[in-house]
Write a protein that binds this ligand. Structure first.
Ligand code: ADP
Length: 272
């Protein structure tokens, strides 16, 4: 498997803090994975993920290094960075720069120097794929939070990145928009093969899509593996057990059976 992100002995401390937020983290993320980074508030999820995007790398005291496509992250050119790693943040309103959806999508491509015929072609193709055709000529201000977050996803997707980082992308969305957003993200992962790295403290809707869960705790990684096994680690931890999704909502992609439960559940059936 092609290694996209590699973190070697990463320790990071913000200047104002006494102790590091993350300490001696080692991690490899391969092409095609859907990774959820979970942990309590303040455990360092955002800090770790911001290290995967050159423009977001925080200022502070750092040891160790991060490699993207086997290249130290600080050696990536602006163009390489934009074309390799996309980013969608928590607040849907922060990202857009232009006043209409179509201009926002075109802006992404103009930034990387695509010719205008190619820009038009790619916008039409992607809007169709994501079901955004009706929104293309709408004003950004007229969109709901859910629509806006889809436009944000589209404006990074249009650059055809290898990996998309998402920092609690549904934090400000209502339950229906959240469900729709994650459905779209799942398609993007499964059909387009884009690697997904997502931080989330509400694991309810997202864990069923992931094939890898990384838990941050006490400055380090306390679990890294299949979501199902991670849930066991979380359940056993008094601080993390509240993050475990209600069992009735869990559909684990790689392992839908819960042999430890007294009932036997057919694949895909709801556990209620
Ligand atoms: P999480 O995403 O898991 O909630 P963060 O990475 O946002 O965690 O934060 C980890 C710790 O670092 C917290 O204690 C937070 O207050 C602190 N922190 C985050 N950003 C900064 C910053 N820019 N300057 C100083 N401290 C920060």
């Amino acid at each position: 498997m092609h290694e996209l992100i590699r973190v070697d002995h990463l320790t990071f401390k913000y200047p104002v803090q006494k102790s590091p937020v993350i300490s001696d983290i080692n991690l490899k993320i391969s092409q095609g994975q859907f990774v959820v980074i979970a942990g309590a508030t303040g455990s360092g999820k955002t800090t770790l993920m911001n290290h995967f995007k050159k423009e977001l790398t925080p200022n502070g005291h750092r040891q160790g290094q991060v490699l993207i496509n086997q290249k130290p992250i600080n050696e990536l050119s602006k163009l390489e960075s934009a074309k390799t790693i996309g980013y969608v943040g928590q607040d849907p309103t922060v990202q857009p720069i232009m006043s209409t959806v179509i201009d926002e999508l075109a802006f992404s491509l103009e930034n990387v120097g695509e010719p205008s015929a190619e820009i038009e072609r790619r916008i039409a193709e992607l809007a169709n794929y994501l079901g955004l055709d009706q929104l293309l000529h709408k004003s950004i201000d007229a969109l709901s939070g859910g629509q806006l977050q889809l436009v944000n996803l589209a404006s990074v997707l249009i650059l055809r990145p290898k990996v998309i980082l998402l920092d609690e992308p549904a934090a400000q969305l209502d339950p229906l928009s959240t469900q729709h957003f994650f459905e779209v993200l799942n398609r993007v992962h499964e059909e387009l093969g884009i690697t997904i790295v997502l931080t989330e403290h509400n694991l309810d809707g997202v864990l069923s899509l992931a094939d890898r869960l990384i838990l941050l705790q006490n400055q380090g990684i306390s679990f890294d593996g299949r979501p199902r096994n991670g849930l066991e680690t979380m359940t056993a931890d008094p601080k993390l057990k509240y993050f475990v999704p209600q069992v009735s909502q869990v559909f684990l992609k790689k392992d839908r059976h819960f042999p430890d439960l007294p009932i036997s559940v057919a694949e895909g059936q709801r556990l209620i």
